[in-house]
Design a protein around this ligand. Structure first.
Ligand SMILES: Cc1ncc(COP(=O)(O)O)c(C=O)c1O
Length: 389
């Protein structure tokens, strides 16, 4: 248990809730969850499924017709021909990462993961006894991983590479050229890749490029995705992994030994999410609203003295650089919560290369974003950075 980490977002949320219980007004920009309701047609589909008896166990890998629908969806998105047997439905995409590590990695193997990155990557890698090796994700490189740097980190012990595009917490995304170069390196060094594309529907400039779709990648890649972000359905707990058949069979065995199956009615709801034009319209309208908020918050942050904010390509986070304010990111995040009523995360909650940054989620209304920006600017103007020994 000692090697297991946690998510700063849940920790800050708990502290913010405590302050609210004491009567404080807090703007919540800490948690990575869309603030929209799950589209009504998807809710209706789940309800209808329940009424028609989808309230029992399903096969461990998921209902066959839902695996078929997922395969069709992945094919539409990536162009790759996917067999339903290559799809495993799980209660939340986090399980895909956990199962990949459990089924592929031996103690002492190296797992390369993005830093700053989703904290669960290094936490679970360490938990299974692997050595997590960070690949720095730098602002100077538009928060894309540098493939030459990645190459220099691969050793004979490297077993798995974790990629996240578009990324939490930076909003950076790989270009087609980056994906091609990663694919070449993976083939050359015989790497297995987990590509976490849970934010793939939330790209604001250009189209999402899937690493899974690169030549030769389907046979060495586990695609990790789910309903949580694109369809504002975090609480439904439905994710999927797409991978080579033999690996999918290992995942099914892990499902039998853990959750048994994802909830039956959420599986049916996923078919509605994939195949209904109403769902596509809902995703598009949420994406358009996120884009409006992104532009609003980036512009507002860049107007605050000492703050510099890169325009993220996707997801719903901004990762402003606060070095010139003189504050350390942890102190600033704490004092923004305690003194200014703005809940956000410090960059190092996502790894040591997140130093000098904060992360704000813009999955919140423009009014609340405006209030947060005003409070942030006023706080910096009124409060000198603490002097550190
Ligand atoms: C990059 C990334 N991957 C995976 C997840 C987990 O998603 P799920 O709800 O499907 O478990 C999150 C959630 O915040 C995330 O930010």
């Amino acid at each position: 248990m000692g090697s297991l980490g946690t998510e700063g977002a849940f920790e800050v949320l708990a502290r913010a809730k405590m302050l609210e219980a004491q009567g404080r007004d807090i703007v919540h920009l800490e948690i990575g969850e869309p603030d929209f309701a799950t589209p009504a047609n998807i809710v209706e589909a789940a309800y209808a499924a329940m009424q028609h008896g989808a309230t029992h166990y399903t096969p461990a890998g998921g209902l066959w017709e839902v695996r078929e629908a997922t395969a069709r969806y992945v094919n539409r998105r990536t162009g790759v021909d996917v067999e339903p047997g290559q799809v495993v439905l799980v209660p939340g995409s986090k399980n895909v990462l956990h199962f990949a590590l459990l089924s592929l990695v031996e103690p002492g193997d190296e797992v390369i993961y993005p830093d700053p990155g989703y904290p669960i990557y290094s936490s679970l890698a360490a938990f299974v006894g692997a050595r997590p090796v960070p690949i720095p994700i730098r602002e100077a490189n538009h928060f894309r991983l540098d493939v030459d740097e990645l190459r220099s980190l691969v050793t004979d012990r490297t077993r798995l590479l974790i990629v996240n595009t578009p990324a939490n917490p930076t909003g950076g995304a790989l270009t087609r050229e980056d994906c091609m170069a990663v694919a070449e390196l993976a083939a050359e060094r015989d790497l297995v890749v987990v590509t976490d594309e849970i934010y793939g529907r939330l790209v604001y400039d250009g189209d999402h490029v899937s690493l899974y779709s690169m030549p030769g990648m389907a046979e060495r890649t586990i695609l990790m995705d789910g309903m949580s972000k694109a369809w504002a359905a975090c609480g439904w707990r439905l994710g999927w992994g797409v991978m080579p058949l033999e690996l999918a069979q290992r995942f099914e065995k892990l499902m039998i030994n853990t959750s048994s199956c994802a909830a039956a009615f959420t599986q049916y709801a996923a078919v509605e999410a994939f195949e209904s034009p109403d769902s596509d319209r809902a995703v598009e309208s949420m994406r358009a609203e996120f884009k409006r908020r992104r532009d609003f918050v980036v512009e507002g942050l860049n107007r605050i003295p000492g703050v510099r904010c890169h325009l993220p390509v996707g997801a719903f986070y901004v990762f402003p650089n606060i070095e010139e304010t003189g504050w350390n990111e942890r102190d600033l995040a704490d004092s923004l919560l305690n003194d200014a009523g703005v809940a956000c995360l410090w960059g190092t909650a996502f790894g040591s290369y997140g130093a000098g940054h904060l992360r704000f989620s813009y999955a919140n209304s423009v009014d609340n974003l405006q209030r947060a920006l005003e409070r942030f600017a006023a706080h910096l103007a009124a409060t000198p950075a603490p002097v550190r020994a």
